[in-house]
Design a protein around this ligand. Structure first.
Ligand SMILES: [Zn+2]
Ligand SMILES: [Zn+2]
Length: 1009
C-alpha cells in the first residue's frame, strides 16, 4: 500500500514536513558525504550583503545555485557547498548612521569608531537569521552552519595576505588622482560602483565668457573686450578653473557683437544661437593655444591654496601673483559634439582635467572640501556644491561674464547607496594595478563558459577591455583595514600580510584580547620603521568590500594559513557560480581580478548570469516605491516548488523578468497540480488493485505504454543535456511538456485500463508504466522542485522497497535507455494529439460537446508519410473525438468543407472537419453518455468507492427511456450498475434531478450489497 494521497494537497504544508524530515535525518549532509570519493563539483556561493532583508532576487539566485549541485550530486559528484555572508562596507555603515540619526564622518568619530563598528557587527548578525530562514525555506542546500563570514579575523587575514602578495609584485600603489567621490559618504567609489548609479537629472547649462588678458595676440582686435566662450553643466567647478582647452585641428571663429568679441568653434555657433554676433574671421584651433585669459576667480582673493603641477606629476604650493593669468591649451578630448568647442579645465575635478594639468604643468585650485562644500571666502563659501551653482551663476552674471544660462537634462553619476551626486575629485587613493594584467584578465575570460553566452564578450568582456586600475581604498570604518603602515618620520610605507608577520615586527605593540582586526583596534598597532626606526602607524583606510567577496575562494578557507593544499586538491577553481547580471562589474569582476592577480588564472569555469527581477509593471523593486515582494510570503502562500518552477521556467535566466505573484499561482496550477493529479490518480487505483511494483519493470505491451516509455527516455536524455549545459530552464520546460502529455494523453487515454480492464496483463502494463514514469519524474525533478520530488519518491519507492535510498536526493539521476526511444511512435502520437486538439476545437466552434457522438471526421494531412501515421492512429483518434468514421484527404480540401454540415479548423499543415448533422440514433447515444456522466458524479457525491457496484433508478419521459434502454449495456458497464430500474423509490442513497438538452430526468443511486 502506498500512503493515500490527498488530491487537494497544500504544497506549503507538505514542504514544511519535508524540511523537517530533511533536517532530522541530515539528508543534505548525507547527500554530500555519500558521494565522497567521486569527482569534485565546486560551487562558490556569492555572499549576500547583510544590510537588508532577503529579497526575491536572493531566492532567484539561490534556486539556480541549488539546482546544479543537486544534479551533479545525483550523478556521483562530491559537492560540498559552503554558504557565505558579506558583512562589510558602506551599506552597513549607512544603516547604522540612520539608526543613530547621524550623517557625517565627524559624528561617527565623536560617537566612537569602536561603538560604531560594534553596531555594524550586530546589525549584520541580525539579518543573518532571516536570510538563513529564507534560504532554507526555498530549499537551497548550502552549509550555513559553517559559513564563511567576511568580518572574521581569519577572513581578514587572508585578505591581508592577498594584498601583501599584490604589493610584493608592485601591483598596489597610492595615486593622487581624480576619483569619483561621494561627498556624503566621504569616500571614493570604484568604477564598478559608479556604473550602478547613473541617473537622469536636471543641471544648469551655462555659457561663460573668459576674458582675454590685456597683453594679447597681434592677430586679434583690441577695440572691444574679447572673450573665449566655454560651456559647463557644473558651474560649481568654475572657481577651480585654471585653463581652457581647444581642439587644435578644428576650426574656430571670431565673432563680433555690439560690445565685445567672442571666440568659439565654427561648427557650433548655430547650436549656441548667437544672432547678435557676426562672423569676423576663421581661426585654427592651434592658433589659440598659448593665449592667456583672466581667471574667473583669482584664488588669492578668495583665500584658497594654489598648487602647481611639477614635471614629475606631483603638486607643489605656489605663491599667488596678483596678475595671475591662465592659458589656452590643446586637448584631444575636446569634441565638436556639444558645447562651444572650448572646454573649461579644473584639474581638481575630472579625469581629463587632471591629466591635462599634469601634461601642461597647470595651476591647481581646490575650492571644495571632501564633504562637497565650497571652502575659502567665495560669496557662496560653505554651501554644498550643487547648491552653490545658482550663486556662481549670479555672481558671473553680475560681472558680465555670463552669456546665457539654461537647464539641461542629462545622465550624471550618483552614489549608488545614498544617491548623492558624485564629484570627480582629485585626492590620494590606493589602487590595485589591474591594468598590468589586462591581457591575462582577457585570456582568462576565454576559459570561462558564460550562460547566456553574450555576456562573455559583451558586458563582461567590454568591462575587461576597458579595464582601469582598481581604486580599492575607502576612507571609512567598517571594513577590512588596509594593511599598510606608514612611517611618521621618513614616509616609508610597509604592507603587512598577516597577523603573525605583524607581531614579529620590531617594536610591535598593540593587539589586545580578544583579538579584533577591525578599526579602531588595528589603528593602535605600531612598530618601528625598518628604514629609520621611526614609528609606523597604519594608514586610515579600509578596503572596498568587493575585495572581500572577490577573495572568497581563498579567504573562506583561511588560505594559506590553513588548507595549504587548497589550490591542488580540487577545491579551486569553482565549476560553477551564479549571480545577477550587475555582478559583471561587481563580484564576477572582483573574483576574476583577484584570482588573476594572485594566481594568474581564472577561479570559475561556468557562470549563470541572471537578469534582474522587476515588478509587474517592469519597474525596479525598491522599498521606497513599496513594490518589493517578500519571498517568504510567496512561499508561504504557494510553496517553494511553485516559486522555484516559475523562476526556472518562466523566461530564460538571463532576461529581466517582471515578477507577478499571479504567475506563481498559475505555474502551481498548471504544472504542479497536473503532476499531483496524475500522482494521486495512480496511488488511488494502485491501492484499490493492491498493485506492487516489481523490481525490474516488464517490457511495455500496449502502444500507448511503448509511446510514453519512448517519450520518457527522450526526456531523460534531453534533461541531462540541458543540465549539463547549465540550462535548468530548458530542462524544466521539457519536463513540463512531458507531464502535460502524461496527464492529457497517457492517463486520459489509459484511464479505463486502470479501473476496469478485463485484461490483467494490460492493466499491469499500465500500472508498471505509470509507476515507472512517476518515479523517474521524481528523480528528474529532484534538482528543480526538491520537495514534491521527495514526496513522490518516498511514497512510491521507499514505502515499497525499503532497500532503496531513503531520499530522492540520495538516489542516482536516471539514465536514458536509447533503445526505448521510438521516433515513429512519437511522431504518430504527436499527430494524434494534434488532430484531437483540432477536432475538439472544431466541435467547440459549433457548441457540440465531446459526449455527443458524431458520424464522421475528415482529416486533412500534408504528406503520404502522415497518411501512414494517421492510419495507425485512426482508432485512437476516433475514440478520443467520439466519431464513428474517419476519412483522410488533403489539408486544403478538408479546410474547404467548412459550411452547413461541417465544422472545420486548420493549423500548420493539418485540418479537421467534423460532421455536425446529428441523427436520432447519435442523439440517443449522446444522451446515454450524458447520463453516465451524471451517474459518475453522483457516485462521487455519495462517497462510493471506485469499485462499488450500484443500482440505478430513474424517472423520465419516453424518449429518454428509449435512449437508456438502447444503450443499457453501455451505461451499466461504465457506471458499475447491476440493474437499471424505472422509478426512484424512497431509501436510495442519493437522488438528483437533471436537465439535459431540454429534457428533465430524475436519477437515484443505491450501493449494491
Ligand atoms: Zn554616498
Ligand atoms: Zn622611517
Amino acid at each position: 500500500m502506498f500512503n493515500p494521497v490527498n488530491s487537494r494537497v497544500s504544497f506549503p504544508q507538505l514542504e514544511e514536513n519535508i524540511l523537517t524530515w530533511w533536517k532530522e535525518n541530515n539528508v543534505f549532509q548525507r547527500s554530500v558525504i555519500a558521494r565522497k570519493g567521486g569527482p569534485r563539483f565546486v560551487l562558490y556561493d556569492g555572499p549576500p550583503t547583510l544590510n537588508g532583508r532577503p529579497a526575491l532576487h536572493h531566492v532567484f539566485m539561490s534556486v539556480f545555485k541549488d539546482a546544479l549541485p543537486r544534479y551533479k550530486a545525483m550523478n556521483g559528484f562530491y559537492a560540498p557547498r559552503i554558504g557565505g555572508w558579506d558583512t562589510h562596507g558602506l551599506p552597513v555603515e549607512l544603516e547604522i548612521e540612520k539608526q543613530l540619526g547621524i550623517s557625517s564622518k565627524t559624528q561617527i568619530e565623536e560617537y566612537g569608531v569602536d561603538r560604531f563598528n560594534e553596531l555594524c557587527r550586530k546589525s549584520v548578525y541580525g539579518y543573518m537569521k532571516e536570510f538563513e530562514e529564507v534560504l532554507e525555506r526555498c530549499g537551497y542546500w548550502v552549509d550555513l552552519d559553517n559559513p564563511y563570514i567576511t568580518l572574521k579575523n581569519e577572513y581578514i587575514e587572508t585578505c591581508w595576505w592577498a594584498i601583501k602578495k599584490m604589493w610584493d609584485k608592485g601591483l598596489v600603489y597610492q595615486g593622487y588622482r581624480v576619483t569619483p567621490h561621494c561627498p556624503r559618504c566621504g569616500t571614493s567609489l570604484s568604477s564598478h560602483e559608479i556604473a550602478q548609479g547613473y541617473k537622469d537629472t536636471e543641471d544648469p547649462s551655462v555659457y561663460i565668457k573668459f576674458k582675454l588678458s590685456d597683453k594679447t595676440a597681434a592677430n586679434l582686435p583690441a577695440d572691444k573686450p574679447l572673450y573665449f566662450l566655454a560651456w559647463t553643466t557644473t558651474p560649481w567647478t568654475l572657481p577651480g578653473n585654471t585653463a581652457l582647452a581647444v581642439s587644435p585641428e578644428d576650426e574656430y571663429v571670431l565673432l563680433q557683437g555690439e560690445n565685445d568679441y567672442l571666440i568659439m568653434a565654427a561648427n557650433l555657433t548655430g547650436a549656441v544661437g548667437l544672432d547678435d554676433y557676426k562672423e569676423e574671421k576663421k581661426l585654427e584651433g592651434k592658433e589659440l593655444v598659448g593665449l592667456e585669459y583672466q581667471p574667473l576667480f583669482n584664488p588669492h582673493e578668495f583665500d584658497v591654496e594654489l598648487l602647481k603641477f611639477q614635471e614629475d606629476g606631483s603638486l607643489l604650493a605656489q605663491e599667488i601673483d596678483n596678475n595671475l593669468t591662465y592659458r589656452v591649451i590643446s586637448g584631444d578630448f575636446v569634441t565638436m559634439d556639444d558645447g562651444t568647442g572650448i572646454v573649461h579645465i579644473a584639474p581638481a575635478f575630472g579625469e581629463d582635467d587632471y591629466e591635462a594639468g599634469k601634461e601642461w604643468g597647470l595651476d591647481f585650485v581646490q575650492p571644495v572640501d571632501l564633504q562637497g562644500n565650497i571652502t575659502g571666502t567665495y560669496p557662496f563659501a560653505g554651501k554644498f556644491v550643487k547648491d552653490a551653482d545658482a550663486d556662481v551663476i549670479a555672481d558671473l552674471k553680475s560681472r558680465g561674464l555670463l552669456l546665457r544660462s539654461e537647464t539641461i537634462k542629462h545622465t550624471y553619476p550618483f552614489c549608488w547607496r545614498c544617491e548623492t551626486p558624485l564629484l570627480y575629485y582629485s585626492k590620494a587613493t590606493w589602487y590595485i594595478r589591474t591594468t598590468a594584467l589586462k591581457d591575462r584578465l582577457l585570456s582568462g575570460n576565454e576559459e570561462v563558459n558564460w550562460y547566456p553566452e553574450h555576456i562573455k564578450y559583451g558586458r563582461f568582456g567590454d568591462w575587461l577591455q576597458n579595464n582601469i586600475d582598481w581604486a580599492f581604498s575607502r576612507e571609512r570604518y567598517w571594513g577590512t583595514p588596509l594593511p599598510v603602515w606608514h612611517c611618521e618620520s621618513c614616509g616609508e610605507f610597509e604592507c603587512v600580510g598577516g597577523r603573525g608577520e605583524l607581531e614579529k615586527k620590531e617594536g610591535f605593540s598593540g593587539f589586545k584580547e580578544p583579538l579584533d582586526l577591525h578599526r579602531p583596534y588595528v589603528d593602535e598597532v605600531t612598530f618601528k620603521c625598518s628604514k629609520c626606526g621611526g614609528q609606523m602607524r597604519r594608514v586610515s583606510e579600509v578596503i572596498d568590500c568587493w575585495f572581500d567577496s572577490g577573495a572568497m575562494p581563498v579567504a573562506q578557507e583561511h588560505y594559506p594559513f590553513e588548507n595549504e593544499t587548497l589550490l591542488e586538491d580540487g577545491r579551486f577553481p569553482a565549476d560553477f557560480i551564479c549571480e545577477a547580471v550587475d555582478q559583471t562589474r561587481g563580484w564576477f569582476y572582483s573574483l576574476h581580478a583577484i584570482s588573476t592577480l594572485l594566481f594568474s588564472r581564472p577561479c570559475f569555469k561556468n557562470v549563470i548570469c541572471l537578469g534582474h527581477i522587476l515588478d509587474p509593471k517592469g519597474e525596479k523593486m525598491s522599498k521606497r516605491k513599496g513594490n518589493v515582494v517578500w519571498p517568504m510570503e510567496v512561499m508561504k502562500k504557494y510553496g517553494a516548488d511553485a516559486l522555484r518552477w516559475y523562476l526556472y521556467t518562466a523566461s530564460a535566466p538571463g532576461n529581466p523578468r517582471q515578477f507577478d505573484e499571479k504567475q506563481v499561482n498559475e505555474v502551481s496550477r498548471r504544472f504542479l497540480s497536473t503532476l499531483w493529479n496524475v500522482y494521486s490518480f495512480f496511488v488511488m487505483y494502485a491501492n484499490i488493485d493492491d498493485y506492487k511494483p516489481s523490481g525490474n519493470s516488464p517490457a511495455p505491451e500496449a502502444d500507448l505504454d511503448k509511446w510514453v516509455h519512448s517519450e520518457l527516455n527522450q526526456l531523460i536524455s534531453d534533461v541531462r543535456s540541458s543540465m549539463d549545459n547549465y540550462n535548468p530552464t530548458e530542462a524544466g520546460r521539457k519536463i513540463e511538456m512531458f507531464v502535460d502529455g502524461l496527464s492529457n494523453w497517457y492517463v486520459r487515454r489509459s484511464r479505463r485500463r486502470f479501473w476496469k480492464s478485463e485484461n490483467d496483463d494490460d492493466k499491469l502494463s499500465a500500472y508498471n508504466t505509470l509507476y515507472h514514469c512517476l518515479v523517474t519524474l521524481s528523480k528528474l525533478l529532484a534538482p528543480l522542485t526538491p520537495f514534491v520530488a521527495e514526496e513522490l519518491y518516498r511514497n512510491l519507492v521507499v514505502s515499497a522497497s525499503p532497500d532503496a535510498p531513503e531520499s530522492v536526493h540520495l538516489a542516482d539521476f536516471p539514465q536514458s535507455d536509447e533503445s526505448a526511444i521510438d521516433r515513429q511512435l512519437s511522431e504518430d502520437n504527436r499527430l494524434a494529439m494534434k488532430i484531437c486538439s483540432l477536432g475538439r476545437a472544431a466541435r467547440s466552434r459549433v457548441g457540440i460537446k465531446i459526449r455527443q457522438p458524431l458520424a464522421e471526421i475528415h482529416v486533412g494531412i500534408a504528406s503520404e508519410h502522415e497518411k501512414l501515421a494517421l492510419d495507425r492512429v485512426a482508432p485512437l483518434v476516433m475514440e478520443e473525438l467520439n466519431v464513428k468514421e474517419l476519412m483522410c484527404d488533403s489539408a486544403e480540401k478538408v479546410a474547404g468543407m467548412e459550411g452547413k454540415e461541417y465544422s472545420a479548423v486548420s493549423e500548420t499543415g493539418n485540418s479537421v472537419a467534423v460532421s455536425t448533422y446529428i441523427t436520432a440514433e447519435l442523439e440517443a447515444e449522446g444522451m446515454a453518455r450524458e447520463i453516465v456522466h451524471r451517474v459518475q458524479n453522483m457516485r462521487r457525491s455519495a462517497g462510493y468507492d471506485i469499485a462499488d457496484h450500484i443500482y440505478l433508478y430513474y424517472e423520465a419521459d419516453a424518449w429518454i427511456m428509449q435512449s437508456l434502454s438502447s444503450f443499457a449495456d453501455y451505461v451499466m458497464q461504465e457506471t458499475l450498475t447491476r440493474e437499471i430500474i424505472e422509478e426512484v423509490p424512497d431509501g436510495v442513497d442519493l437522488q438528483e434531478t437533471y436537465k439535459i438538452s431540454g429534457y428533465t430526468i430524475l436519477l437515484g443511486v443505491k450501493k449494491a450489497k
